[in-house]
Design a protein around this ligand. Structure first.
Ligand SMILES: [Zn+2]
Length: 241
């Protein structure tokens, strides 16, 4: 395939690469990504994902890998070892356009001790009653494992990976970053509340009403802008235009 044909096939490649690099840095500055963690964006038949070697706080658009969703073929760059997790979610959920996988302290702790990450704070409402758990701590490196994660994710917005981390899915990148922040915030608040007493789970009606108030485009936009601004003030966006 010639360069020209490739450019026509992926007309938004430059902006898709830039958005993934930006989101990756935002997740790093937010403390969700350490040396590990990846966020991807599906556009057409490919997914853009931060490259496996690049530091999450300084990944460049050129270091973003491109992977074909249907068969996992790496079109360019070095895809992370657990790209299969992203592909499994994309294949199972056609509406999903962004996936994040990372190892946050609080949310992962719930799956580690086998306590459900319930919704007892507003930040948890977009996830429903509780977040499902994928019960295998091994890295998600192949299609079979990716399929198994997607099966446990089902129609939810996140799944905990026991002893390992989490996966978050959304219709676009800003929502994926927002949900990632909410997931860990809910887990932190819940863990703190459990040191005082027994958290009171929201009823289905409370979850529905709070989610309807909270899961709004302007809240997602506000969170995404705030995440970018924190990264900018931290100097992590200096070389990104
Ligand atoms: Zn992992």
């Amino acid at each position: 395939m010639s360069q020209m044909t490739a450019a026509i096939a992926r007309p938004r490649e430059a902006e898709d690469r830039a958005l993934v690099a930006l989101a990756c840095r935002v997740m790093a500055v937010a403390g969700l990504f350490d040396m590990h963690g990846h966020i991807s964006l599906r556009d057409g038949d490919v997914a853009y994902i931060n490259g496996r070697r690049a530091s999450r706080i300084s990944v460049t658009p050129a270091q973003v890998a491109v992977v074909r969703v249907a068969d996992g073929t790496v079109v360019s760059g070095e895809a992370p070892a657990e790209t299969a997790l992203h592909l499994g979610c994309y294949r199972a959920r056609p509406e999903i356009r962004s996936v994040a996988h990372f190892h946050p302290l609080a949310a992962t702790a719930f799956a580690t001790v086998g306590k459900p990450l319930i919704t007892a704070f507003n930040a948890g409402a977009p996830f429903g009653r509780s977040v499902p758990v994928y019960d295998d701590p091994d890295l998600v490196r192949n299609d079979e494992q990716g399929r198994a994660v997607a099966k446990d994710l089902a129609e939810h917005r996140a799944v905990l990976l026991r002893g390992h981390g989490v996966a978050v899915v959304a219709e676009e990148v800003p929502s994926c970053v927002t949900l990632s922040l909410y997931l860990e915030e809910n887990a932190k608040r819940l863990a703190y509340a459990m040191t005082i007493g027994d958290p009171q789970p929201y009823t289905d009606d409370e979850i529905r009403r709070v989610a309807a108030s909270l899961w709004q485009p302007f809240v997602i936009e506000k969170t995404w802008i705030d995440g970018q601004e924190r990264a900018r003030r931290a100097g992590a966006l200096d070389d990104l235009v």
